[in-house]
Design a protein around this ligand. Sequence first.
Ligand SMILES: Nc1ncnc2c1ncn2[C@@H]1O[C@H](COP(=O)(O)OP(=O)(O)O)[C@@H](O)[C@H]1O
Ligand SMILES: [Mg+2]
Length: 368
Amino acid sequence: MARLDITHLAKSFGPMNVLSDVNLHIESGEFVVFVGPSGCGKSTLLRIISGLETMSSGQLRIDGTLMNDVDPAQRGTAMVFQSYALYPHMTAAENMGFSLRMARETKPTILDKVMKAAAILRLDALLERRPSQLSGGQKQRVAIGRAIVRQPKVFLFDEPLSNLDAELRVRMRAELIDLHRRLGATMIYVTHDQVEAMTLADKMVVMNGGVVQQCGAPLDLYDDPGNRFVAGFIGSPKMNFLKARIAVTGPGRVTVSGIGGSGAAIELPFPGFDPALSEIEIGIRPEHVRLAPEGAAGPHDVEADVAFVEELGDVTYIHADMPGGERLIVRSDGLRYRGGRTCRARLDPGRFLLFDATGRRIRPIHAH
Ligand SMILES: Nc1ncnc2c1ncn2[C@@H]1O[C@H](COP(=O)(O)OP(=O)(O)O)[C@@H](O)[C@H]1O
Ligand SMILES: [Mg+2]
């Protein structure tokens, strides 16, 4: 178990800035997931923590000790890669014990540690097999075993499940959660898959373009994203974004109009709204947009052209185009879609998130 503190970390490769002013505090025993699109700098940050890569500026501390110039082998970290990186000519047991042999541990010690790791990972029966005789999931468990035997203070995982099929990935996630609970170690896990991040993380670090966008518990980020990027990145299907005009219409009240190019105008309580803002974007998740029931249109209804319908049995997603051309995804749980070129969708204004032109979240300022 170990605490990590990263302050003002930056990294560039030649003229290219890959990480900018990263500040992170990772508690001892926490399961932290770095998530973001491909190329956003997740692996680079993980490699800097491990010592495989150097930072251009900033500081990394593990349990308070400055690690910038500490050799990777002395940091107490162990990395698990997507590619497994097992030695093909060695058995599972030899692969797992290899780093201990390099560290000149005695044979009985190595055997003991390998057996313990094998028991944790349920690999006991497979120890004499070579990698070619193991399935993808078994190889990945051997790769994790190789990290466990080193008893690291911090486990570093770089997309370790990406090569596995969907079903196995779900099973391995459950195993990792269980492993984390049993070992109680600090774990840092990199993935581009937001669903994987949501299911594994105590704390999620959402990155984009080398910048940490937001950091927090998965559901806090889902419910209360700090900007448009985080709002759009977390959640499947994605949040809808609809352009609208906004004007202050009374004390603590605003009216949003022209929502998605439609005629809809909705009044919202919004204390402290900046009257200088006029063009905004509304973010609203598909589960907060429903098919309107038959009958008279309600004040929060919009008409949209149906583009296609995903019938998943328990839930239906209607993908429709607003008059302004923006896509609106409607989630329907009970009501199945009954056909028709257009649909009437009912927005829940209580769930509107507002963003300015730069993608910053506009929040109400509550008067005391
Ligand atoms: N050794 C390197 N030399 C030059 N550019 C690199 C090197 N490693 C990574 N990069 C670049 O840094 C950016 C971030 O890469 P990476 O950390 O691998 O992203 P991620 O893991 O989020 O997909 C990418 O644009 C990548 O091309
Ligand atoms: Mg990567």
